[in-house]
Ligand binder design. Structure first.
Ligand code: C5P
Length: 400
């Protein structure tokens, strides 16, 4: 029973009588190898004491947002970063409503609002009238639409004496959900993925360069999504201002030629290659050794073509499953399909650039993915969510 070895689970406990079931849930998660930390709401402490959860989990229990026991002003961010998965069990109607609307008025809801790319699951626990209430049902639909997992509720006797839907599912069933969550998410075990991200920088002289607006966000999210599924990831990154994803081998490069070299130093045993980098197509033929001086009214700089890393990878004798990106301002489908054929790719993810709210530098994006004989639209979502969907789609085709 070590399916959850090394997994870090943050268990949120809100104020319902079902809080007693969370004692057994922690024991079961521990038995499977997971480390559990607990965040309780104030009302949860009315049902079971923090001391009980401290003893069972072997870790301090967090309740307060502020106070003498708080080690850091950004504890909520640290807790969110620490976790591989957050499970709120029991999740009251009140907590569900707060999550729906982004209210952060205690430590648990603040941790949840600080989440960016960690998954969240809730196990509803409430009286059947509260569960059936259209407000709760709308909130649940909204959470589910955002990719938050809803585990339960079950039917049966309720603490209020009524019979119906609203009971929290049992600890054994919750532990099964957690195990299958990680099992599904380990489909990349033993797979090596090389990913490029960000722009490249092509020097004109010692102080100037040609570059583009790529932020690297999409590539970094794809790298995290692959690692989340158990892949060995090598991320080759151009200059970006975002933090390197934790636990992923990241090689920093500047120019297209350096990116090419770093990719080819790591590609031989790779199973999948995903080229998200916005590689500069041209570089200065001979970058000036000294700063170019302002003199004539016009200045011409001769440019020469950079290697096409993606095409070179796809042209290898035994290429990995090669996925390209196509950022286009117009005629997306025609250009994307053209690149798929010309560069001999297995898949291409196209997105529109030049419109606000998507593409370069934005937190959101939408993609249209094409492969030989099919295509799929991935609608507007956060880049983290979109990366997970794309990685799942790549896996479907990589296996086929
Ligand atoms: O041909 P275009 O530059 O539009 O193709 C975009 C795709 O090709 C992206 O996946 C990008 O990472 C890759 N590419 C590359 N090397 C280049 C230019 C683009 O790998 N020199």
């Amino acid at each position: 029973m070590d399916e959850l070895n090394g997994k870090k689970i943050l268990l949120g406990i809100s104020g319902g009588i079902a809080a007693y079931k969370s004692i057994e849930l922690i024991r079961r998660l521990n038995d499977s190898g997971a480390e559990v930390r607990v965040v309780m709401t104030k009302s949860a402490t009315e049902f079971v004491t923090p001391l009980t959860f401290e003893a069972i989990s072997g870790n301090p229990v967090h309740v307060e947002m502020f106070g003498p026991r708080i080690k850091s002003a950004i504890e909520h961010v640290e807790l969110a970063r620490w976790a591989d998965l957050i499970v709120i069990a029991p999740a009251t109607a009140n907590v569900i409503a707060k999550l729906t609307h982004g209210i952060a008025d205690d430590l648990l809801t603040t941790v949840c609002l600080a989440l960016t790319d960690i998954d969240l699951a809730v196990a509803p626990a409430m009286n059947l009238g509260m569960w059936k209430n259209p407000a709760t049902q709308e909130n649940i639909a909204s959470l589910s639409g955002r990719g938050i997992k809803i585990w339960g509720p079950a039917e049966g006797f309720q603490a209020c004496g009524e019979i119906g839907s609203g009971r929290m599912i049992e600890a054994a069933e919750l532990a099964d959900h957690v195990r299958s969550y990680f099992a599904v998410n380990q489909t990349y075990g033993g797979v090596k993925v090389v990913i490029t991200a960000g722009p490249t920088r092509e020097p004109l002289d010692p102080v100037r360069f040609i570059t583009n607006r790529s932020s690297g966000k999409m590539g970094y999210e794809i790298a995290s999504a692959c690692a989340e599924r158990g892949a060995e990831v090598v991320l080759v990154s151009g200059p970006v201002s975002i933090a390197a994803p934790e636990g992923i081998k990241t090689i920093d490069v500047e120019t297209a030629q350096e990116m090419h070299d770093a990719v080819f130093a790591n590609i031989v045993d790779a199973d999948i290659y995903i080229g998200t980098a916005a590689v500069a197509d041209y570089r200065a033929a001979t970058p000036a050794e000294q700063k170019i001086k302002k003199s004539a009214d016009e200045l011409s700089i001769e440019l020469t073509k950079n290697p096409d890393i993606l095409a070179d990878v796809a042209a290898m004798d035994t290429p990995p499953f090669t996925v390209g990106f196509a950022a286009e301002t117009n005629d997306i489908e025609i250009y994307a399909k053209g690149k798929l054929q010309k560069k001999k790719l297995k898949m291409i993810a196209a997105n529109q650039v030049g419109v606000s709210g998507t593409g370069f530098d934005s937190d959101n994006n939408k993609l249209h993915v094409y492969w030989n004989g099919g295509d799929r639209e991935l609608p507007l979502a956060s880049k983290a969510e979109l990366a997970r969907e794309l990685v799942a789609l790549i896996m479907e085709h990589y296996d086929a």
